[in-house]
Design a protein around this ligand. Structure first.
Ligand SMILES: [Zn+2]
Length: 156
């Protein structure tokens, strides 16, 4: 994915002259949505404004093509956005997961006192759960915990 790809193709019927009639619209968005947009924009490395414009253009183009209402198109774009975001986050998590267990030389059983997340399968772990603390060869490495299912088993 390159930055240039983030600009969706403009609809075929749009003459070049139309493009120059750009307007700035200001809108209020919930803080959560703003954060999500910022995070997504950062993840795919485009300015937030480009992302928002791409989403809007996409939505309108889709609605146009399907002969459906713009509103429905916007709905679809919004859900596409969250799917895309999930895919990006999943990819990122996988990388983080692989890194988390680097340098771990063994695991020590423990009973959790607080909330944790298995570093391998990302299962949420709760106080009282059995878990396993990863012991790293690097004393400064962040602590990792894995669930029982993710601990390497003795070969039979
Ligand atoms: Zn696990």
């Amino acid at each position: 994915m390159t930055d240039r790809d983030s600009t969706p193709p403009s609809s075929e019927r749009e003459p070049d002259g139309e493009k120059k009639k750009e307007r700035v619209i200001h809108t209020r968005v919930p803080a959560v949505l703003e954060q999500e947009l910022k995070r997504l924009a950062e993840n795919i490395r485009v300015p937030v404004s480009n992302l928002v414009r791409a989403i809007l253009e996409d939505a309108v183009a889709v609605a146009d093509r399907a002969g459906r209402g713009v509103e429905e198109g916007l709905h679809k774009a919004a859900s596409n956005l969250s799917t895309q975001r999930e895919a990006i986050l999943a990819k990122k998590e996988k990388v983080v997961t692989q890194k988390a267990l680097e340098g771990v030389i063994g695991f020590q059983k423990l009973t959790l006192a607080g909330e944790a997340v298995c570093a391998k399968c990302l299962t949420a772990l709760h106080p009282g759960d059995d878990a396993n603390l990863g012991i790293s060869s690097d004393a400064n490495a962040p602590r990792v915990v894995v669930c029982d299912a993710c601990v390497p088993k003795r070969r039979a």
